[in-house]
Design a binder for this molecule. Structure first.
Ligand SMILES: Nc1nc2c(c(=O)[nH]1)N=C([C@H](O)[C@H](O)COP(=O)(O)OP(=O)(O)OP(=O)(O)O)CN2
Ligand code: ZN
Length: 130
């Protein structure tokens, strides 16, 4: 038997401020209060349901609006459960907020202006993984 799998995704954008401790020898500029524009893609993977979609985009949009409200125009260091506000931790935060969604597949956090980003596939059961 074959199953047709689809990835569907939706993006939101937010602007926020942060400070990062780069540790000894790290770039001291990261400690200064500064801001970034972020783009977040949320990917869901699965077969089509009886309705012909993997997930209703309207439902995805409602879920992303809630996460957007947690992050947009915030001082990210003050956001509960985020930790040091790196792209990696933002991706993990978004994942945690959506973890109840069936077939959540990938969270991508990008800072396009800087040509950089982070891709996250959720917690994996690999030895040594965090
Ligand atoms: N792996 C990661 N490394 C770094 C992150 C991160 O989230 N994950 N974040 C930062 C800081 O947010 C820093 O402010 C990023 O600044 P950016 O402008 O992207 O980098 P530079 O200052 O090096 O770029 P310039 O164009 O040279 O100003 C750092 N590292
Ligand atoms: Zn920064």
């Amino acid at each position: 038997m074959t199953v047709s799998l689809f990835n569907v995704w939706k993006e939101f954008r937010f602007d926020a401020a942060h400070q990062l401790d780069a540790g000894p020898g790290g770039d001291p500029r990261y400690r200064r209060l500064h801001g970034h524009s972020y783009q977040v893609e949320v990917w869901v993977r699965g077969p089509r349901t009886e309705f012909g979609w993997v997930v209703d985009m309207g439902e995805l949009e409602r879920r992303l609006q809630a996460v957007h409200a947690d992050l947009d125009h915030r001082f990210l260091n003050d956001v509960d459960d985020l930790g040091p506000p790196t792209m990696e931790n933002i991706a993990a935060f978004v994942w945690t907020k959506l973890v109840d969604m069936p077939q959540l597949h990938r969270v991508m956090v990008k800072r396009q202006q800087n040509g950089e980003g982070c891709e996250y596939y959720g917690p994996q059961f690999a030895e040594g993984a965090q």
